[in-house]
Design a protein around this ligand. Sequence first.
Ligand code: ADP
Length: 709
Amino acid sequence: MKKPHNNHNFIEYIMTLLDLPENRDTDIADLFANDGQASQGSGSLSAAYEMIQFMDEMPGGFLIYHADGEEQIIYANKALLRIFGCDSLRDFRDLTGNSFKGIVHEEDLATVEASIHEQIATSQYDLDYVEYRITRKDGTVRWVEDYGHFIHSASMGDIFYVFISDTTEEKEIINQEHLRRLEVIEGLSINYESILFADLDENKITPYRLSSRTRRQFDYKYKACGFLWYISDYVNTWVYPEDRERVLNATSPEYIKKKLSENKTYYINYRIIMEGRIQFLHLRIVNVGSPNHISQIVMGYRRIDEEILREVEQKQILEDALSSANLAIVAKNAFLSNMSHDMRTPLNAIFGYTALAKNHIEDQQLTNRYLDEIDLSSHQLLDLIDKVLEIAWTESNDIRIAELECNLIDIMQEIYDSLYPLTVDKNISFSLSHIELKHPDVYSDPDRLRQLLQYLINNAIKYTKNDGKVDLSIQELDDHSNDHAVYQFVVQDTGIGISEEFLDHIFEPFEREKNTTLSNIHGAGLGLTIAKSIANMMGGDIKVSSAVDEGSTFTVTLRLRIQANPVPHTVNTARSGSYEDLTGRRILLVEDNEINLEIETEILKSTGFLIETAEDGSIAVEMIKNSKPGYYSLVLMDIQMPIMNGYQAASAIRRLEDPDLAHIPIIALSANAFESDKQMSYESGMDEHLTKPIDIPMLLETISRILLC
Ligand code: ADP
């Protein structure tokens, strides 16, 4: 270490003073006495002495030591002694072996000395800066900062004087901050298998974390390479050929800088080939340097095979949903076109036969036949509307299954009786049997049960050719437990049968094996859907077996609660009641539609009733209120009317002061045919709810049941 010679006279005085032993005060006095004549020198000596006192009191640590040989310590000020936890210079010399080497922690010494050496050799001003650990007298380890200056003196040899400050706390704060940042990076990058730091300007790349696969690769190839080489080699080795250009573009320094100047981060998904298989990767690039000058970035890689797979599955689910929605649309369109056809057929007949009847009005026999045809077509139309309503009902939540006392034999007999006429025309042999019916008296919903079986028997008759056979049977299965029993209702025919393929779809709405045009059999493909829904709602099921041209068997299985003490039942004879008994009774007909009013008035008058009319609910309430009790026997109430509807009118009547007037029987007669409509009629105080178009026998039967009971 050859340095230019300086004239350090003043420093030499200091050094002389410092070279004195520890209890230097007496020696200093001698020194001053000996030097008393040298006026030039004594001024410098006292200035040096003051300088030492000044150095002693400096707030930061200050050290002077010989740069050569053993790097012996010449001077340490009080602040430095405090840094080392020493009480005196002697202590300090003991602790450090009186050498700079003894100041530096042994693990840092080699690096520190090399660094000082290098810095002084290259520094214009002979300055150096180093950081290292020290060990205090109490054994604790601290971090210090060391700013040194090298001086060459001819008389004293080379020396260093050094400012030292304790930076342990700051270092800890910095370390903690660094750790916190690493934790944040670690946390955010948890999903990334490999993370690399890159400096675009310096064309450097350093791994932060690597997957085991990439680590092998990195060690072997990329360790000593630059960013550009790494990217080009990586893309050409791993990336799927079709994606290479895209990845190269998205990872070029120009593109990265452009993208990251707009956003702090961006990503690219691409495919790689790994172990002969395509894998999907996600590369995210984040700016971790200055936002104004983009150069330092982090690149995170992760595999996204599962996400892509999930995306593909999701897409498949959506496609399936779309195709089933399309199928539903197709089915509905087919249904509407069927419906349109099925509605137009009877309507056409009604229009046609009405025109014919008008033209042949004088020919009573012919007119009667035309009227019969009109009647049949009207019923077909009504049947279609009923089924559509029924479907809407089963699809809604408006479903209540009653638990009423009923007798299964009676129900079967009623169904048999009502459908028997249909079999006569086709010469179909129709039988009813019950097998081991030990408990015919049960709790069930007789209307729903009737409806369900009617759909099946109707079909059996409809799809069986002339001279065929339809058998209806009910059987109680052995396995009844406690107060319940299992019943099987079987409808068997020798009809056209059902193909195996169609059996899979038979209960789906709007499905028919052959449409009306092909089969010439009227239908909408809704009956079995409704029947199945009813069976399910009653807690049961329907099974079907069939063979084409041989026939079909529909089996309904229901578990019903049996009546513990059934009352001997009597067949309801209301149907056979005579309406003559009602002749002369006065009915208040509440109806706003003129056509309905005319038809209903004529029908009721022709059966002997006296009819008065009201055009809306409020008029009806006034008429009842102002009448004498008994003047009106019954009210037939429409529901949808202006001013006051049927529900409001019925409840207003029920609230009349005169109890006789308030209790007059009221029957709703409405086009509102939903179950909820019926329920509202009952809740507003009406006795019955009948639907339009009017079923005249049903209306008369209901009126007579109410008035005669
Ligand atoms: P619709 O009879 O109004 O067409 P359904 O839902 O009652 O509607 O029946 C659906 C289809 O099932 C019918 O169109 C017919 O193809 C077939 N089907 C139902 N019952 C029978 C049966 N007993 N014999 C043959 N085919 C039947």
